[in-house]
Design a protein around this ligand. Structure first.
Ligand code: ADP
Ligand code: MG
Length: 370
């Protein structure tokens, strides 16, 4: 039997005709395997094909080619209402004239579920989304966050095997969005079903997901756990899209197992880093170094990858001091955490101060250009 995955996209392509007579390839040979009970996110910039992928899983769109399996069964020609999935949209699409309880009960009433069972299940999900006591309110008597909870409850009451969520927190302000991220994650663990979550917000994806698929231009570039995606991006796009980073352009000079020596023309020096994907001597590469992983010292360090620099700018933001350091004309962003304790006294570097920049080879990731 082939039912190891909750949802599987196999080599899925989706093309749309354009009004000009051409076509857009919205999803370009995407393969994804999502496990049972997993919180899986699709992350990427606007237009990269996230919504289209989700809509194909829901059955609102058909693939141009490729296959979709849910719980091991092919979904070919199966309409949305016969799939064990439910979708939560950014626009909650609640019925404005109906109460919270009636909005939630609506789907079960359509299925002619007995009244007593409807009441029991509505009570259950109201409790889950913390709206008990609000069942008689109308949507407009609720805050944005509460309305989104009603939309969630309405989906959960149908007991889907998979919940599909398309930027469900997009309409909320930042503080509420952060609260709801934690709540959603807790709720997913409580109900134990698969969540497939679409977002363009990398911090949101890192906070909530078991695994993330990073997409660009209809293609999945990398699938991995949050730590993997952040610490070991497999290409320049992923390193750039997730978090902040510094890039140095160079050319591979030597390779010794994982360690790669790169010549950086702008520094007129060599830098030793770790290869993200297999490299060859002569390859044009980008060295990615995260701002929090750069060490600054006052004295020249005997360590390799030690370069002289000058502090160009500093910004104290409480938890961190963010510096701009000039190294032979390259500007590096460096974040220093302000621990200020006797174990870890923080040195404040002054504007124009001459310092040394140290990058450990394990923190310098060598990626292919482009
Ligand atoms: N119904 C449609 N007709 C034509 N083009 C579409 C349609 N839906 C999406 N697209 C195009 O497909 C690409 C991917 O869109 P979408 O999946 O909505 O991206 P995302 O959700 O990542 O922002 C975009 O270029 C978009 O303009
Ligand atoms: Mg979208």
């Amino acid at each position: 039997m082939n039912n190891t995955y909750s949802v599987e996209l196999r080599d899925v392509v989706k093309k749309f005709p354009t009004p000009e007579g051409g076509e857009v390839i919205a999803v370009n040979h995407v393969t994804m395997q999502i496990n049972n009970g997993e919180f899986f996110s699709m992350l990427g910039p606007s237009g990269c094909g996230k919504t289209t992928s989700l809509r194909m899983a829901a059955g609102f769109e058909w693939p141009t080619s490729g296959e979709i399996y849910i719980e091991g069964e092919p979904m070919m020609h199966r309409p949305p209402y016969l799939r064990p999935v439910n979708t939560v949209f950014q626009s909650y699409a609640l019925f404005p004239h109906m109460s919270v309880a009636d909005n939630i009960a609506y789907g079960l009433e359509m299925e002619r579920t007995p009244r007593a069972e409807i009441n029991r299940r509505v009570g259950e999900v109201l409790d889950m989304v913390k709206l008990t006591g609000m069942e008689r309110r109308k949507p407009k008597q609720l805050s944005g966050g509460q309305q989104q909870r009603v939309a969630l409850a309405r989906s959960l009451v149908k007991r889907p095997k998979v919940l599909l969520l398309d930027e469900p927190l997009g309409a909320l302000d930042l503080k509420l969005r952060k609260e709801m991220q934690l709540e959603l994650k807790a709720l997913q663990q409580e109900v134990g079903i698969t969540f497939i979550y679409v977002t363009h917000d990398q911090e949101e994806a890192l906070t909530m997901s078991d695994r993330i698929a990073v997409m660009d231009h209809g293609v999945v570039l990398q699938v991995g756990e949050p730590v993997e995606i952040y610490e070991r991006p497999n290409c320049r796009f992923v390193a750039d899209f997730i978090g902040e980073t510094n890039f140095l352009s160079g050319e591979v000079r030597a390779i010794e197992s994982e360690q790669v020596t790169v010549y950086i023309p702008s520094l007129n020096d060599e830098l030793i880093g770790t290869q993200a994907t297999p490299m060859q001597v002569g390859d044009k590469v980008a060295v990615s170094v995260r701002p929090e992983k750069i060490h600054l010292t006052e004295e020249k360090s005997p360590s390799i990858n030690s370069f002289p620099g000058r502090v160009k700018d500093t910004a104290y933001i409480g938890s961190d001091t963010r510096l701009l350091v000039d190294v032979c004309g390259e500007e590096l962003v460096v974040w220093e955490q302000n621990k200020i304790s006797s174990i870890d006294p923080t040195t404040y570097y002054a504007h124009d101060e001459q310092i040394w920049v140290v990058v450990l080879p394990e923190n310098a990731l060598i990626l292919h250009e482009g």
